[in-house]
Design a protein around this ligand. Structure first.
Ligand SMILES: Nc1ncnc2c1ncn2[C@@H]1O[C@H](COP(=O)(O)OP(=O)(O)OP(=O)(O)O)[C@@H](O)[C@H]1O
Ligand SMILES: [Mg+2]
Length: 230
């Protein structure tokens, strides 16, 4: 079953938020998901242990460089999706998780530093692909974007990625209070109280668009793999 790895060598890029949003959206559609937290800071584990975490999200906490491959392999046998949240650095655990990935999602906010770090992560993915002599699909997910405008810097960064042949998600994760709020209150964006948090509907639609695109990408990756085996 698909293994999706959230990686970026930059701390605070948005890995945990994206992993939680995707896990929640898949779970909402009755899909069993394993969420592996391999970041020593255990941010996604903290969210998953709060009230309101969907029942069909199974958490594997405290995954380390010694356990991560076994954690991924056993999760893959048990649930329809495996999502791996990593620490914001290049480590043995990060390289191991990438080596098992069906799709690596690299997070990037609209700054040059983020873009440079995303490029580093992509180089690591390519190195792992060479070591294993297999394709490791990856794509950049722009995050904390502005719903109203696309600033020039962001346009420039996206053009640089495209010129380098780097795949970018059509969907981006908008900077929304609802995505911050679930980290504090627990649960999913669908459970938030509209009296307390604004823009919930838009956050729900954004989470849905992300999940649909991830599923389509996974289908495309599988199709290509099957064609290559024919
Ligand atoms: N789309 C978003 N809208 C609003 N806030 C966001 C969004 N994405 C991330 N954030 C906020 O930005 C901060 C960093 O995000 P997050 O924890 O997801 O990054 P990370 O890559 O997992 O960081 P680390 O490397 O430290 O684990 C958090 O406070 C989070 O709430
Ligand atoms: Mg994190």
């Amino acid at each position: 079953m698909p293994i999706i790895v959230f990686a970026s060598s930059k701390g605070g890029a948005g890995k945990t938020t994206a992993a939680i949003i995707l896990a929640s959206e898949l779970a909402r559609h009755n899909t069993n998901v394993t969420l592996i937290d391999a970041d020593p800071n255990q941010h996604s584990a903290k969210w998953a242990q709060k009230d309101g975490c969907p029942m069909n999200i199974k958490l594997i906490e405290k995954s380390t460089e010694e356990t991560i491959i076994d954690d991924i392999d056993s999760a893959q046998e048990k649930t329809a999706f495996v999502l791996v949240d990593l620490e914001g650095t290049a480590s043995m655990a990060v390289a191991s998780a990438i080596s098992r990935a069906d799709l690596v999602i690299t997070l990037c906010q609209g700054s040059q530093d983020d873009a440079d770090e995303a490029a580093k992560t992509i180089k690591l993915v390519n190195r792992q692909a060479k070591v294993l002599n297999r394709l490791i699909p990856f794509a950049v997910l722009m995050t904390r974007t502005n719903p109203a405008i696309t600033p020039r810097t962001l346009k420039h960064i996206m053009k640089e990625f495209r010129d380098a042949g780097i795949d970018i998600f059509e969907a981006s994760l908008i900077d929304r209070e609802a995505f911050r709020a679930i980290r504090s209150f627990g649960g999913t964006v669908n459970d938030l109280d509209p009296k307390q948090v604004s823009g919930i509907d838009k956050a729900i639609a954004n989470a849905h668009a992300l999940a649909i695109e991830v599923i389509e990408r996974i289908k495309g990756i599988k199709r290509k793999r099957d064609q290559n085996h024919d």
